[in-house]
Design a protein around this ligand. Structure first.
Ligand code: S3P
Length: 428
């Protein structure tokens, strides 16, 4: 990592495929009778967990260069897995397959790594139980998840929190349940499930925060081309904005409105970032150009924008640390239930360098600070890919080597992160 310091960054980059979309393409491909080609999938630890789970249910998945091919006998020919389904670090895999397996009327035991063991699963168990699922959790809240076969019924459910994982688990469970399931969302969360289910032929509609799915129809296999992940793009974008003389372009990245909240915040801050949309059918797609911005304004965000940038808050905290004005994030209590408690992690690590925070249960304020970074300071990544990548960007822009305890979790969402930055290094 040391060679990435003392340089600026320029050029064009394509970030890896969108993680949320890759998970869903594997699952819907496994449910649809026939062959689904997934072009430009995210090949990462998290998406491999979904791939292995779909194989364990009876789907055949072949991997070739930048393409995965899912061949399935159809949802009614999938079978009870022989072994425990291991979901690693992936909350999306864990929660979505809980809905998928309940909906298929199969039995399974699902468990993941030490982080998954601490993440709340009652948020999916409760609505699925209302549908008739039999799901047992450790201490009524945590994995391992034990599912017994039952027949499900449609429900009308008002979600207490905006969560695409909960919404998607219910939609997956309702796919083969006869009748109409209706979900009311408190704020719009990412809508990849709705977009892709429509493409796979499900009877689904979504309007003004109300999603309706009429179950009972088989899905039709369909090809998916995965756009670049804006959550991965966020790291080189922030690097370019904060690093003197830098100017980069990211091609082929998802601009889905339910995911693009970070672009709104960059705009509020007056960052030199421009966006060009190149396609709008299905998942919106485009090009983002980001360049060094010497002075960044403050921001105050809460409410509907939060689910649109929930995964980008660690890297937004870094941007905030270099703003000349106060920056506030509220209404983001969900951050405490991610791979790690991301509010705690961000406050604890950045405070070591003079960043002044006021911490709230649901967010933080970053006050204008004198950031002072000592070479070789030890920092913790909490085995959380997004905290680790934020710390790497911090190390590069401060030109000080930070000693991160363990960087292997980068592979959860962005294998090749350091290599991509290396390719953009100006004097490389
Ligand atoms: C995801 C939804 C979000 C997000 C996670 C991926 C998804 O979680 O934080 O990284 O693919 O559905 P919630 O929906 O639980 O907020």
């Amino acid at each position: 990592m040391k060679h990435l310091l003392n340089s600026s960054f320029s050029g064009t980059l394509k970030v890896p495929g969108d993680k949320s979309i890759t998970h869903r393409a594997l699952m819907f491909g496994a449910l649809a009778n026939g062959t689904t080609h997934i072009h430009l999938p995210l090949e990462s630890e998290d998406t491999r967990r979904t791939m292995e789970c779909m194989r364990a249910l009876g789907a055949k998945i072949e991997e070739s260069d930048e393409k995965w091919t899912v061949t399935s006998p159809g949802h009614d020919a999938l079978h009870t897995p022989e072994d425990v389904l291991y979901t690693g670090n992936s909350g999306t895999t864990t929660r979505l397959i809980t809905g998928l397996i309940s909906g298929l009327g199969l039995a399974a035991k699902i468990e993941g790594d030490a982080s998954i063991a601490k993440r709340p699963m009652d948020r999916v168990q409760q609505p699925l139980a209302e549908m008739g699922a039999d799901i047992a959790l450790k201490d009524e809240k945590y994995p391992p998840i034990k599912i017994k076969p039952t027949t499900l019924f449609p429900i009308t459910y008002t979600m207490p929190i905006a969560s695409a994982q909960v919404k998607s688990a219910i939609l997956l469970a309702s796919l083969f349940t006869k009748g109409e399931t209706t979900i009311h969302e408190p704020s719009p969360s990412r809508n990849h499930t709705e977009i892709m289910l429509e493409q796979f032929g499900a009877d689904i509609s979504s309007k003004n925060g109300v999603i309706t799915l009429t179950g009972g129809n088989a899905l039709k296999s369909s090809d998916v081309t995965v756009p670049g992940d804006i959550s991965s793009a966020a790291f080189p974008i922030v690097l370019a904005v904060l690093k003197k003389d830098s100017s980069i372009t990211i091609e082929n990245v998802s601009l889905n409105h339910t995911r693009s909240g970070i672009l709104d915040v960059l705009d509020m801050m007056g960052a030199n970032v421009t966006v060009e949309q190149t396609s709008q059918s299905g998942e919106a797609l485009g090009r983002i150009h980001a360049a060094y911005t010497p002075k960044l304004k403050g921001f105050e965000i809460s409410g509907d924008i939060i689910p649109r940038l929930i995964d980008e808050i660690p890297i937004l905290a870094l941007l905030a640390a270099y703003s000349t004005e106060e920056c506030t994030v509220r209404g983001a209590e969900e951050l405490r239930f991610k791979e790690t408690d991301r509010i705690r992690a961000v406050v604890d690590e950045l405070s070591k360098f003079g960043v002044q925070f006021t911490e709230y249960e649901d967010g933080f304020t970053v006050h204008p600070s004198q950031v002072d970074v000592m070479e070789n300071t030890a920092v913790k990544g909490y085995n959380d890919h997004r905290i680790i990548m934020m710390l790497i960007v911090f190390s590069i822009i401060s030109n000080r080597l930070l000693v991160i305890d363990d960087m292997s979790a980068i592979d959860i969402s962005y294998p090749g992160f350091l290599e991509d930055l290396e390719a953009l290094r100006k004097d490389a």
